[in-house]
Design a protein around this ligand. Structure first.
Ligand code: COA
Length: 260
């Protein structure tokens, strides 16, 4: 598929997906949503891809939903309006549900859906000075489809404050509330992202996918409801080819085959 809104580079098992619409600060219109969803879905199906990094071209990571497009969608039929909202929801779910770990490389600004994209990613590294915000209320709308990803990351207390005020906040606060894992000087951003990628490449590829599934299943559930599932998963994984290789490699004091 020819991509108009993204740029994708793949090198040695790492896919770098760049939002590439800098003239509107990488705002999401319908085409961008479709391209990003299908690209991330397809990358997740490729065994050769071990890690995905999402970043933004130009001065900012992502300014959220394209406000021109939002205005236009509002005049669609209710059905088409709902379909566009569903497509946006599907994008965030694709990120969250990807079998591959997805790292957000965040700079400049991540607002509205851009901050939602950060929340849906597994690991996020932001440059100091990056402006975050759930600015929707200031536009008379709400951070609806991103909320299932934001709330578990930042908790209800911070979400109440930030969803209701729509205020912008800095990378340091984003780190304090758990929206990003690290806030680093801009000149170190790529090096820190690469360090996260290197760490992820040490993890068994199937184990990473299973760990993501585990997080999805266990979050917010009662121990009694998930214990059987956790027992079954560890029993399955330690007898899998990958689990056997990982355990054997440790005992033989060598790297497992996926980390060589
Ligand atoms: N949707 C559509 N267009 C957008 C946009 C968005 N979310 N965000 C920025 N743009 C456009 C601007 O309208 C401007 O277009 P123009 O050149 O035709 O005037 C262009 O992108 C550059 O924006 P500008 O504000 O001049 O860039 P900046 O680098 O100074 O600031 C932001 C970048 C992201 C901080 C700022 O654009 C902003 O706050 N955008 C709104 C983000 C927002 O509230 N998103 C929530 C959506 S729910």
């Amino acid at each position: 598929m020819k991509l108009e809104r993204l740029q994708v580079d793949v090198e040695r098992g790492v896919a770098r997906v760049w939002l590439n619409r800098p003239e509107v600060r990488n705002a999401f219109d319908g085409l961008m949503v479709t391209e990003l969803r299908t690209t991330l879905f397809d990358l997740g199906l490729q065994d050769s891809i071990r890690v995905i990094v999402v970043g933004g071209r130009g001065p900012v990571f992502c300014a959220g939903a394209d406000l021109q497009w939002m205005r236009a969608v509002a005049s669609f039929t209710r059905e088409d309006n709902l379909r566009e909202a569903q497509a946006m929801a599907d994008l965030f779910f694709t990120v969250y549900n990807s079998p591959r770990p997805i790292v957000a490389r965040v700079h400049g600004a991540a607002l509205g859906g851009g901050a939602g994209l950060v929340a849906a990613c597994d690991i996020s590294v932001a440059a100091l000075g990056t402006r975050f915000g759930f600015t929707e209320v200031r536009l008379g709308i709400i951070p609806a489809v991103i909320s299932p990803y934001v709330l578990p990351k930042i908790g209800e207390s911070a979400a109440r404050e930030l969803f209701l005020t729509g205020e912008r906040f800095e990378a340091v606060r984003a780190q304090e509330i758990g929206l990003v894992g690290a806030a680093v000087p801009e000149e170190d951003l790529d090096a820190v992202v690469e360090q996260r990628v290197s760490e992820l490449l040490l993890s068994g590829p199937r184990a990473v996918a299973e760990a993501k599934a585990l997080l999805r299943e266990v979050a917010w559930r009662r121990v009694e409801d998930v214990q059987r599932y956790t027992v079954e998963r560890i029993a399955e994984l330690r007898s899998s080819a990958e689990g056997q290789e990982g355990l054997r490699a440790f005992l033989e004091k060598r790297k497992p085959d996926w980390a060589r």
